[in-house]
Design a protein around this ligand. Structure first.
Ligand code: SF4
Length: 344
């Protein structure tokens, strides 16, 4: 049955208007689903019983199964959720000094094939529905609520490429931002893409002030094409043109994500290429320590600091991401990969 969590405010308005009812019914349903977090339409007591019956016939209030949960000593919690068709997805809750952020999955597997990424080792099985994305936030928020806390930030940086599931992601953003619902401020939401250029142009027209992050990781085409397949379809010039358009159109700052890989993209020449590429952009760089795999190693502390200093000295806004959940399967996709392999 169609999950009610697929429905943005506009879609729900249409549903009620088609029944000859007012849009106010949508407000009541949104508040019940996202603020009171009801699990049954019959709990929405400010709706007439007939309407509750109709809602129960037309929609389900779906949920996710928790298959596994890993807790880090730093407060990070990684959830492995099971979907109705037994597909497994990962969601990560991180505690920061500014609140609680949830990193969500947008696709089961990923076809982008970035060679340093555990998520890409399992090909895309399917796109997640809007409801499956909303539920990741809601399930975590429910647990936080029991401790008097709430989700304050969302990042779409888990398994999958959000712009390869564009329509569902857009509906998701509208739902989590909606003031009568989860009410996550648009500036507290970040969408990360590896660089699907046509969708960056499209996203520039999206009215919410959501942050855009680019998984750049390499500042020259030879290396980027070698390690990131997307660069063969849209090279760095295509990407930068799209970002210039996006910045001009939205006046928003871009984040460049840059994972430091030992002896691969962490030299001062790489740092200089990065400076030359982005020095005139309204942007900042987020340097990310890598979680070692069989094929790639993280940069040494010394090299990481050299890279950071080089960017800083050359006028680039740069931050070094604080590591979280290092004692659990912290890299995106690792927990799911482990579960899938164990069952194989
Ligand atoms: S880094 Fe992102 S886009 Fe690339 S394979 Fe991993 S999940 Fe997909």
């Amino acid at each position: 049955m169609n999950s009610i969590y697929n429905y943005s405010r506009e879609k729900l308005d249409t549903y009620f208007l088609n029944k000859g009812l007012t849009k106010y019914r949508s407000t009541q349903v949104f508040e019940a689903l996202y603020k009171q977090q009801v699990k049954d339409f019959f709990e929405i007591t400010n709706l007439k019983i007939e309407l509750r019956e109709e809602l129960s016939k037309d929609f389900s209030i779906s949920s996710l199964d928790v298959v596994r949960e890993q807790r880090s000593i730093d407060g990070t919690i990684k959830y492995l959720f099971g979907l109705e068709d037994k597909v497994l997805i990962e969601t990560v809750l991180m505690k920061h000094n500014y609140g609680y952020s949830v990193c969500i999955t947008t696709q089961a597997g990923c076809n982008m094939g970035c060679s340093f990424c555990a998520s890409g080792l399992i090909k895309k099985q399917r796109n997640l529905t809007t409801a499956e994305m909303v539920l990741q936030v809601l399930e975590v928020d429910r647990r936080l609520k029991e401790e008097g806390k709430r989700v304050s930030h969302i990042v779409l940086m888990g398994i999958g490429e959000p712009f390869d599931n564009y329509e569902n992601v857009i509906e998701f953003l509208k739902i989590v931002n909606y003031p009568k619902g989860l009410q996550i401020g648009s500036r507290h939401i970040t969408v990360s893409t590896c660089g699907i250029v046509p969708k960056i142009y499209e996203f520039a027209e999206f009215p919410l002030q959501v942050n855009l992050a680019i998984s750049l990781h390499f500042a020259d085409d030879v290396k980027r094409s070698k390690y990131m397949k997307i660069n063969k379809a849209y090279n760095i010039k295509d990407l930068m043109d799209a970002l210039d358009y996006y910045i001009e159109k939205t006046n928003r700052r871009i984040t460049f994500e840059y994972i430091l890989l030992k002896d691969i993209n962490d030299t001062l020449e790489d740092a200089n290429n990065l400076v030359e590429l982005i020095k005139n952009k309204n942007a900042y760089v987020n340097l990310i320590p890598y979680n070692d795999t069989n094929f790639f190693m993280r940069s040494t502390k010394e090299q990481t600091l050299k890279f950071y200093d080089y960017l800083k000295k050359n006028g680039i806004n740069v931050t070094l991401r604080k590591e979280q959940g290092h004692d659990i399967d912290a890299a995106c996709g690792q927990l799911r990969l482990k579960e899938v392999r164990c069952k194989a």
